[in-house]
Design a protein around this ligand. Structure first.
Ligand code: ADP
Length: 603
């Protein structure tokens, strides 16, 4: 039951932990997503900004090298001379060769000189199939500006060469008057080529939004913004892109987290988002753009988010495992406490049971003792009334017949009756004498008594009985005879009882020897009286020391001898036991403390 509720509790706790973890995760995802998104987008944007700065610097650096050159070469004698006399073929040739040499030296694309009407009269590519000589570029803004006295810059697709280039122009002044224009065309291919290996898509767009330079050739002359008729008209007037017709790129522009985003169709119908960073370069009149694929930034913030979510889950798991472990420990402790309490309760229960049984046992014992006492009293009363009634009845009979005999004058017979009455009274007196022994004083003083002396008196008393039984007694008390702590008369009484019983036991037997020995055992004297009678059967041995137990016929034994003897020996602090000898006959052992313990005697 307890285990079940523990399991239920654990399951509920698990579910709760799962819910809390889920909610925390959702909240964290909800809060962290925009922060991470913005942070990784900002990071991507800052990296793209560096790329953009580098691209702008490279472009500017490249173009700056050529910026001052047109004005410088305009003052060269060969150019001045030519424009002073434009029709002179010799001067044209000199100028052609000079421009070719300079072009090779400066690694520009082309250098050419135009008359005020726009006709090209000398060019570095005079000896190539796409020679500019004879071409008229008066429609180009850079020419118009130069003829107007300004230096100019322009980028366009060459109408003759079909090559894109950046044009620098300057007026050629002779004696203060503008006599023509000189133009430097610089290739942009090389710069563009360097962008192809870049991680970023770099491209240059013109003020109309049309892409002029790009690492991706498909994007050339494409527009990021819808092409309106105005824009198309302006582009057509300058013939910036010669015969190329600009088209609009399929892109959507949007702003996300403060950044410009370009969405383009990707492979397999998918779309790709790019971060767009732009910088307008005023001098060049264009805008340099850098595109960064947001996929890596998206991947990064998603990875970071996943890491955060995993961390939360892991932390929750660790927390949960710790909580579970603690809960299990607490549960186990509680179970231990409960088990201990249960054990204590059971012990208390058993103890109470035991106490109850003990009490019952004591009560029963007390009842039994009481019953035994009453039974003993009853037994004694019955025996006493039997023992007294018989002689009393006999006394009455003898008295009545004595009375009759006297009235008939039969005096000798009457005297005989009176003698019999006397004997019966003596017997009753002896019985009462024995009974008085029960009322002895147990704490009577004990004195050192030599067994020698006690036995001498004993034999004096038992001799007539031994003679009638025709029994012999051998006594061996050792030298010297032990001295015990006892009452001499009472000890004598015990010995008389036991020797008389031995005489009774051997009376009818062939072997009528009785042996009495004494020896010392530790601090006691052991007196053994052995006869050659029938011995004591186990059933009798258990009751032999009970008062009034006798196997002798009515009027022969009182059954008090051994019972009194037992009590006397116990009063001496000793013991009285009976056993059967291996060769037959009973052996009574009386153990009495020595007057002087052996150890002290030895000192
Ligand atoms: P009583 O001698 O009056 O019978 P006791 O108390 O002296 O009373 O003895 C009790 C009984 O013990 C005897 O009746 C007898 O059966 C048994 N008993 C005592 N001494 C011996 C013995 N030496 N051998 C066999 N039985 C004995």
């Amino acid at each position: 039951m307890r285990r079940e509720s523990g399991l239920l509790q654990r399951t509920r706790r698990s579910l709760l932990a799962l819910c809390v973890t889920g909610l925390v995760t959702i909240a964290v995802v909800w809060i962290a997503t925009p922060i991470l998104k913005r942070s990784f987008m900002d990071e991507a944007a800052s990296q793209a900004a560096s790329a953009l700065r580098l691209a702008v610097a490279a472009l500017n650096g490249h173009l700056k090298r050529y910026e001052a050159l047109p004005a410088l070469i305009a003052d060269h004698d060969d150019i001045q001379d030519l424009l002073a006399d434009p029709g002179n073929p010799e001067l044209r040739q000199t100028a052609d060769l000079y421009l070719k040499a300079i072009n090779a030296l400066l690694k520009s694309s082309e250098i050419y000189v135009m008359k005020p009407d726009g006709e090209t009269i000398a060019a570095s590519n005079f000896d190539t199939p796409t020679s500019f000589v004879g071409e008229n570029f008066s429609y180009r803004p850079y020419f118009q500006q130069a003829i107007a006295g300004q230096t100019a810059r322009f980028y366009a697709l060459g109408t003759t060469s079909a090559k894109r280039g950046y044009y620098f122009s300057a007026p050629v002044r002779i004696a203060g008057a503008i006599r023509g224009a000189i133009v430097f065309k610089v290739d942009v291919d090389l710069i563009e080529a360097s962008w192809r290996d870049s991680d970023y898509k770099i491209f240059v767009s013109d003020p109309e939004g049309i892409i002029f330079m790009s690492g991706n050739p498909d994007w050339l002359y494409a527009s990021l913004v819808p092409l309106t008729p105005d824009r198309l008209a302006r582009t057509a007037a300058s013939r910036r892109y010669a015969d190329k017709l600009p088209h609009t790129l399929l892109v959507t522009r949007s702003r996300v987290e403060g950044h410009d985003i370009l969405t383009m169709p990707g492979p397999a119908g998918a779309t790709r988002d790019y971060l767009l960073l732009s910088e307008a370069v005023e001098d060049a009149g264009w805008t340099v753009n850098v595109l960064t694929d947001t996929a890596s930034a998206v991947n990064q913030w998603r990875t970071a988010l996943a890491a955060i979510v995993l961390s939360i889950c892991f932390a929750a798991l660790v927390f949960f495992v710790l909580i579970q472990r603690k809960a299990r420990r607490d549960e186990r402790m509680l179970m231990d406490i409960q088990a201990k309490a249960e054990l204590e309760r059971r012990v208390a229960e058993r103890t109470a049971d035991l106490a109850y049984v003990n009490r019952k046992l004591r009560d029963t014992q007390a009842d039994l003792i009481q019953a035994a006492k009453l039974a003993g009293l009853g037994q004694m009363s019955a025996a006493l009334s039997h023992e007294f009634n018989q002689p009393l009845a006999a006394v009455r009979n003898y008295a009545e017949s004595a009375d009759l005999l006297i009235s008939r004058d039969r005096l000798p017979e009457a005297r005989d009756n009176l003698a019999r009455i006397g004997k019966l009274v003596d017997r009753m007196a002896s019985l009462s004498q024995h009974l008085r022994n029960f009322a002895r004083k147990p704490n009577e003083r004990l004195d050192p008594v030599s067994l020698d002396a006690v036995l001498e008196d004993t034999l004096e008393i038992v001799r007539p009985r031994l003679a009638t039984a025709r029994a012999t007694i051998t006594v061996d008390l050792g030298e010297p005879a032990p001295v015990v702590l006892a009452g001499p008369i009472r000890l004598q009484q015990v010995l008389v009882n036991i020797v008389t019983n031995a005489a009774d036991a051997v009376e009818e037997k062939d072997d009528r020897r009785i042996t009495l020995t004494a020896r010392r055992a530790q601090d006691n004297a052991v007196i053994e009286i052995r006869d050659r009678g029938d011995g004591v059967s186990p059933a009798i041995a258990a009751r032999i020391f009970d008062p009034f137990f006798t196997t002798k016929g009515v009027g022969k034994g009182l059954g008090l001898g051994l019972s009194i003897s037992y009590n006397i020996v116990k009063d001496f602090g000793g013991d009285l036991t009976v056993a059967n000898h291996a060769e037959g006959g009973a052996v009574f052992s009386i153990v009495i403390p020595l007057a002087v313990p052996q150890k002290e005697a030895a000192q």
